[in-house]
Design a protein around this ligand. Structure first.
Ligand SMILES: [Zn+2]
Length: 72
């Protein structure tokens, strides 16, 4: 993190992994061991943008992938 914690202003974070759950009104996806940084003071979790992107892609692949069928 290059910024202090949004909640408490603390500057030290630890690298860790957490369980991330992502859902909308219809579907949900739970991913274990998602890399993130956690505030050492208040434990607020900050996901890395790349990790979030991967999760969202996995979610889309799982639920919304469009399969094209060839006719004939
Ligand atoms: Zn904090």
């Amino acid at each position: 993190m290059d910024k202090p914690c949004t909640f408490c202003g603390n500057n030290s974070f630890r690298q860790t992994t957490v369980q991330y759950s992502y859902e909308n009104e219809k579907y949900s996806l739970v991913v274990d061991e998602v890399p993130c940084e956690q505030c050492e003071y208040c434990n607020e979790t900050y996901y890395l943008p790349d990790a979030v992107k991967k999760i969202q892609q996995a979610f889309i692949d799982k639920h919304f992938r469009i399969k094209r069928k060839k006719k004939g």
